[in-house]
Every structure is written in C-alpha cells, then in structure tokens.
Design a protein around this ligand. Structure first.
Ligand code: SAM
Length: 342
C-alpha cells in the first residue's frame, strides 16, 4: 500500500496577492532548474544539432532561486513545482529542495521528473522536504521507450518504486499521446496506473519548438475517449475538474481512482490557470505558449530590492493573456519544451 502525504493546500488571501488582468490569483510557480536532460524525447527537444543549453553563467543560482521563491511566497504563491530539463541532473538538487521547503508560505512542493534517477534521489528528496512527484512515462514497451527517449524503461520503473517507498505521494504519471507510437497503449497504461496506485494523466502533444512532426503525431483526447479499451475502464458520466488543475478527470469503473486528461490543443483550460513559469535562465514566462517573458535574472544581478522584484512578478502576471488568446500553432516558437519545463 502506498504511503500518502497529506498536502494542506488552503488558499489564504494575502493583502499583497498577485492577480492577473482578469482576476486570476497567481498561487503556483513552476521553476525549471536546468535546461539539460538525460533523456532526449523526440517531442520535447529540437534535434541535437539545433539544441543549445543556456550558458552556465545564465543559470540561476540556488540563492537566486530561493530569493525568488521568498518574494513569490510573499505575493501569495503557495505551490512550487521543480522541473527542467530533468531537475535531477542539476547538481545539488537536494539542497535546493531543502532551501525551498524552508520558505515560509510554501505548502505544496512538487517535482516533475522522468524518474530515471529517482532510485538514488527519492529518499534524500523526501527527507529534504519534497512532497510529491509527477513522473513522465509514455510507453510500457521497453524497445519503444528507448527509441523515443534514448533511456531505459527499467530505470523509470525502479524510480517509481523508490518514490512510492519514500512516500513522495500522491504520484502522478503523465503520458503524452502520440499517434502511431503509444495511441494503442491507453488501456495498458490505465491498468498499470491501477496496479501501481498512480494517478495517470494523458496529455495532448503541443507543437512547441521540437523535432517531432506535430501534424503526424498529434492525437486528440476526443479520439482516445472513443477507444473501447478506454471506455470499458473509465466512467464517461463522471467528468470532474478540480480547482486550478489543468486536467479534467473521469473515475475508473472497476477500481478506485481516476484518469486525467490535459487538452491544451482541443479543450484549453485557461480560465483556471493560476501559474507562472520561471525558466532556468531567470526569465519569467506568463503563459506556456507565448514568448512574452520578463527578465528576473537581470533584476536580481543588478541589486534590485524585493519590492522591485515583486513589481516584475506583478508585471508578468498582468501580461497573462485572456482566455484562449494564443494558438499554439502560431506562437511559442522561441523555446522548446525542454527549456520551458512543461
Ligand atoms: N524531465 C521532466 C519530466 O520528464 O517530467 C520535466 C520536464 S518535461 C519538459 C515536462 C513534461 O513536458 C513531461 O511530462 C513531458 O512529457 C512534457 N512535454 C514535453 N514536450 C511536450 C510536448 N511537445 N507536448 C506535450 N507535452 C510535452
């Protein structure tokens, strides 16, 4: 039985809370800690010859990240997710987790990871104050996994078990839907999530600045939902969306739990979006598909006060776009997902 860790996530109105132009209160900061990864998923990063990581001196230091988290927490941010690249390849990641966990006001500290290094890191991360992990896994076929990612499926499975043993729960499993690659595996992935007591979420492929042919591999959730293997496993009458979650959910039919669907292409959920994204080079990105970033690194390195940094965070929030304003097909061309962090 999986150990669970109760996440207390009560919104408290702070006088200084940041809201965007249409009243969405920002409570969630995703932080990409590095733009390198130990996998090379075809849909996430541009072809090798077109991929350049940011120069080392552009990478935010732990002190800088911690300071941004403190300023953000004072503005009402309660939830932090560390991402990458692969966050576990950032040297000293356990120390960074401990620093962020100690910031007053942070109630939910999570990480998105490919899990390949969790065998080694799960327990130290838990001890440092990480609450939970989201794990990316698109296929349970070893050969396909290694073709798609360059990695070894067995490392991921070991990582999942280590996260369970360490109590980094609830664990979510994120699977990107890829036509012609894993679109026939939905039933298997659901069964795996039931067996392992993970919450599975399917994600529609986004046409970021990546190598994979989006037109060819995009597989919408609407097609998934008419697959007999899916229909027999989920109850189609139970649609539910919770708070600011990007996913909507269906309950499982023959087990407790649910399956999530994240539909950035076919059923965008902007109205509940309460997040900002900090890139590893210190740029703050208001909306995932749009390149209108603001520069926190320069502010930090030119001696700006906390008030000045708060003003920049407010500026980023204010520039979050109204609902559904962007089309992924037309924007988001400057960064690939590996540098945004999902
Ligand atoms: N390395 C970590 C991981 O594997 O979760 C964190 C970074 S990764 C960029 C975050 C998430 O973005 C993963 O779940 C990945 O599958 C997803 N992702 C990457 N490219 C995507 C795309 N073009 N469309 C949809 N999701 C994508």
């Amino acid at each position: 039985m999986q150990k669970t860790y109760p996440i207390k996530f009560q919104r408290h109105a702070t006088p200084a809370a940041v809201t965007d132009g249409i009243g969405r209160q920002i409570g969630y900061l995703r932080i990409s800690v590095v733009d390198r990864c130990n996998l090379r998923c075809d849909y996430c990063r541009p072809a090798a010859d077109d991929f350049h990581t940011a120069p080392r001196q552009h990478l935010l230091t732990f002190e800088e990240i911690e300071r941004i988290v403190r300023v953000a927490a004072n503005l009402g941010v309660e939830k932090i997710r560390l991402t990458g690249g692969e966050p576990l390849v950032r040297k000293g990641i356990v120390e960074l987790v401990a620093r962020i966990a100690a910031v007053s006001g942070i109630r939910d500290l999570a990480m998105s990871t490919n899990a390949t290094l969790l065998g080694e890191y799960a327990q130290p991360l838990r001890d440092a104050g990480l609450h939970r992990v989201n794990i990316s896994l698109d296929t349970l076929d070893e050969r396909k996994f290694s073709q798609l990612t360059g990695g070894n499926l067995r490392d991921v499975l070991r990582g999942i078990h280590a996260a369970q043993d360490a109590g980094l729960t609830p664990i979510r499993l994120n699977a990107v839907l890829l036509r012609g690659i894993n679109d026939k595996e939905a039933g298997q992935l659901i069964d795996f999530s039931i067996r392992e007591q993970l919450e599975l979420r399917f994600i529609e492929l986004m046409p970021m600045r990546e190598g994979m042919d989006w037109q060819k591999h995009y597989y919408p959730v609407t097609e998934l939902l008419v697959q007999p293997e899916v229909m027999e496993r989920v109850d189609m009458t139970t649609w539910q969306r919770q708070g600011s979650s990007a996913a909507r959910y269906l309950a499982l039919r023959h087990a407790s739990g649910r399956v999530g669907f994240i539909e950035p292409m076919s059923n965008r959920f902007c109205e509940g979006c309460n997040r900002l994204r900090l890139m590893s080079d210190g740029k703050l990105r208001p909306c995932l598909p749009a390149d209108n970033e603001v520069d926190l690194r320069s502010a930090l390195r030119s001696g700006s006060s906390d008030d000045a940094m708060s003003a920049i965070i407010r500026q980023a929030a204010a520039s979050k776009q109204a609902i559904g304003e962007y089309r992924f097909e037309e924007v988001g061309r400057q960064r690939s997902m590996i540098s945004i962090g999902g």
